[in-house]
Write a protein that binds this ligand. Structure first.
Ligand SMILES: CC(C)=CCC/C(C)=C/CC/C(C)=C\COP(=O)(O)OP(=O)(O)O
Ligand SMILES: O=P(O)(O)OP(=O)(O)O
Ligand SMILES: [Mg+2]
Length: 247
């Protein structure tokens, strides 16, 4: 760890992030797993996803140490489901089941599923529903699991829910607050910081509405190589940003 980062790390209050230097809500795009597998001459790209999966609990514990309250992980997109070979998807579904079960076992995280569960195999959808139910009373960090998540689908589902209410009750005033509450992250603060690994400079539709005012941080390393130092660098960069919200 370089000296700037260690100085920064020492100044982080363990549980209090009210001063705005630590994001309350951090969202991460766990990208670059297949490139990592190829670069490491692994026989199957799914091995990159498996190694990437192993990173998740430790990254969450670093986030806990920083006092981050909410972490959203994007682990499978609706575009991935549409466009990737079925063999790769089958492996990803299995890995996602394992991730979810491992996170439940920690008893440290309150889990929330933010994807379109109807697009998933019944077994994985069931594992996600059970995980949410089993962890509903956990008071620790809230972890949103973006499995079968797409920003456009999130918005479309929110629109459908608003339309259903309009049809049922006549007229309702559609405000930003009302609409935000209908999204998969309804009731939560928007992400303060979005990190994408792998060196790609795009969001691919992640939290399309919710991340409108988020700070973005692009990290060159692939997800399996993401370390605590990368996280601290991202949070340090965030702490130095001037968020103006139009002022
Ligand atoms: C490490 C584990 C368990 C899962 C990550 C698997 C995965 C498919 C990561 C990719 C990140 C993501 C869900 C969406 C954005 O990345 P990608 O689909 O590669 O977008 P682009 O095609 O735009 O590059
Ligand atoms: O993480 P993935 O599966 O999107 O792999 P890559 O970005 O390396 O193609
Ligand atoms: Mg990718």
């Amino acid at each position: 760890m370089d000296s700037t980062i260690s100085m920064f790390a020492q100044n982080i209050p363990p549980q209090d992030n009210a001063d705005g230097h630590i994001p309350r809500h951090l969202a991460i795009i766990l990208d670059g797993n297949r490139r990592w597998a190829r670069a490491n001459k692994l026989a199957d790209v799914s091995e990159g996803h498996r190694i990437g999966f192993n990173k998740i609990p430790e990254v969450l514990s670093w986030c806990e140490d920083l006092g981050i309250r909410i972490v959203t992980l994007w682990m499978l997109s609706t575009d991935n489901i549409r466009n990737r070979p079925s063999r790769e998807l089958a492996a990803l579904y299995e890995i996602d089941e394992d991730v979810v079960q491992r996170l439940v076992e920690t008893k440290r995280f309150k889990l929330n599923a933010i994807g379109s569960l109807k697009l998933l195999p019944d077994r994985l959808a069931g594992v996600l529903r059970t995980a949410v139910q089993k962890t509903k009373d956990v008071s620790g960090m809230l972890v949103n699991l973006g499995i079968a998540y797409g920003g456009r689908e999130d918005i479309l589902e929110a629109i459908q829910s608003v339309i259903a209410d309009v049809v049922a009750s006549g007229e309702i005033e559609i405000t930003e607050e009302l609409f935000s509450a209908r999204l998969s992250t309804g009731g939560q603060p928007d992400p303060d910081l979005v990190i994408r690994t792998s060196g790609e400079y795009r969001t691919s539709g992640f939290l399309l509405w919710q991340a409108a005012l988020s700070e973005l941080y692009f990290c060159d390393c692939h997800w399996p190589d993401f370390t605590r130092t990368h996280l601290l660098r991202a949070v340090e960069a965030y702490s130095l940003r001037d968020r103006r919200f139009g002022y």
